[in-house]
Design a protein around this ligand. Structure first.
Ligand code: FAD
Length: 439
């Protein structure tokens, strides 16, 4: 049972030329194409599989400022406003609502960490409420247990991963862009070292500007061009259950987290828990990721051969006149970790007794692509005209609209919606010790 996804139909011919080509139809790619189209650019979006079918439909749907690293907080804040505007602009609902996010804990160190973040957030104009034990008990009433404390972030929200990327892709078409599914970009044509076109399996599009929003495939694509982009993916497993239980819209605890879905059911997952499937690319970049693994090793477990089978982290070079690994793996759909799924369900039913007896509707896994410091890489690469937007490190769904807007700003020369400096890919050439994001 794969992650639910709204399938959209797209049948236009690939244009011979475009002002910009966006590679990848996840939340980042569709958002970049959307804001480019809204500015009147002729934009073509190419997606090797289905719009939204990889990470962007496999996530929890949290759009949060809460606990965000200082480098990402501004884009998270701006993204929430953009999320809110999308339904009105497009005329279709991506399922966003500012329902607030609830965090509950019995661990004093964790609560103290949230309080420190609250103090920092205040300096940035972001309001979040620390909850006393009584308030936590009241907000977490559905759990039927006592809590030492918690935090509630009223201006945060959730969007619907099943609908969001497809709805924004419809928005691309509404504002004059073209969207092409089952259309892998195999590589770039360069002239005098700069981008001159995108070679796809359906033909070449002439363009001087390319956005590479290829999610977990971005580094292997960069490798073809001699660009070193340290990126690694971990496999996270998750499940959904049907409607029928009352409870909070979005609740995080250290043992398990719950998110109410658009259909009234819940998505269940354990924050941070994931498997590391070894791949050639991971070995290549292992030293870059040591600081990250040192910080997070407790929640990561060794995986298996899924990564090799998937092919997204290959170091092979491919030709542009033959099918590539992207065409062999239209949708990256790794096997979920059965034990993790079972544990998650048990923990969720312990946390929210009303979930007992509600049947599981789907189980899936997704590869979460990360950079060594846990902050996305967004900006022009060493190949002029090629803008990288990948490595969203488990936060890309919520900040996708802001990232897409910023990319459109960079391309059109508009004042950027937030300072792009923290995201520059070139920072990844340096060590990440001391720079790994906290959350
Ligand atoms: C289990 C899980 C839970 C998560 N929870 C959250 C959350 O609650 N909140 C949050 O903000 N984030 C969350 N995330 C992270 C978030 O889902 C990702 O950061 C985000 O979706 C990344 O978007 P993207 O567009 O960069 O990549 P993707 O959604 O992976 O899209 C990349 C697309 O590019 C396409 N592609 C790649 N190469 C090519 C090519 N050469 N040609 C054509 N197409 C190509 C792929 O087919 C794919 O569709 C979670 C992720 C997972 C897996």
């Amino acid at each position: 049972m794969p992650a639910p996804l709204l399938h959209i139909e797209t049948g236009q011919d690939l244009p011979a030329s475009a002002d910009a080509v966006v590679i990848g139809g996840g939340i980042v790619g569709v958002s970049a194409a959307y804001y480019l189209a809204r500015r009147g650019l002729k934009v073509a979006l190419v997606e090797k599989g289905r719009i939204g079918a990889e990470q962007s439909s496999r996530n929890w749907g949290w759009c949060r400022q809460q606990n965000r690293d200082a480098r990402e907080l501004p884009i998270a804040t701006r993204s929430l406003d953009l999320w809110q505007a999308l339904a009105g602009e497009i005329g279709l609902d991506p399922g966003f609502r500012r329902c607030g996010l609830l965090y509950l804990s019995n661990d004093e160190a964790e609560i103290a960490g949230w309080a420190r973040w609250r103090d920092f957030a205040r300096t940035q104009g972001v309001t979040t409420h620390m909850l006393s034990a009584a308030e936590a008990g009241e907000r977490g009433q559905a759990t039927g247990r006592a809590w030492k404390g918690g935090v509630f972030s009223p201006s945060d929200g959730i969007a619907d991963p099943e609908r969001a990327a497809p709805v924004i892709a419809r928005g691309v078409a509404k504002f004059g862009g073209s969207v092409h599914q089952l259309c892998a970009a195999r590589g770039l044509e360069l002239e005098a070292g700069r981008v001159a076109g995108v070679v796809t399996e359906a033909g070449t599009v002439r363009t001087r500007t390319v956005v590479l929003a290829g999610g977990a495939w971005a580094s292997s694509f960069c490798h073809q061009l001699g660009i070193r982009f340290p990126q690694a993916s971990i496999r996270s497993s998750i499940l959904s259950i049907g409607p029928g239980a009352d409870g909070p819209d979005a609740l995080h605890t250290a043992r398990v987290s719950l998110t109410r879905r658009g259909d009234g059911g819940y998505t269940l997952a354990v924050s941070g828990n994931a498997r590391v499937d070894p791949t050639p690319q991971q070995l290549r970049f292992a030293r870059y990721f040591l600081p990250m693994f040192a910080k997070r090793f407790r929640v990561l477990a060794p995986g298996g051969l899924e990564g090799l089978r998937s092919g997204h982290e290959t170091l092979a070079r491919w030709r542009l006149d033959r099918p590539t690994p992207m065409e062999r793996m239209r949708v990256l759909d790794p096997a979920p970790d059965r034990r993790m799924i079972r544990d998650t369900l048990v923990r969720a039913r312990e946390l929210l007794p009303a979930l007992a007896g509600i049947p599981v509707t789907a189980e899936w896994a997704g590869y979460i692509d990360s950079t060594p410091d846990g902050v996305p890489a967004i900006g022009e690469t060493t190949v002029p005209g090629l803008i990288l937007a990948a490595g969203f490190s488990g936060h890309g769904f919520g900040i996708g609209p802001g990232a897409g807007h910023m990319i459109a700003d960079i391309i059109t020369g508009a004042a950027p919606i937030v300072d792009p400096a923290p995201y520059r890919p070139a920072r990844l050439d340096r060590s990440s010790w001391g720079k790994v994001s906290d959350f």
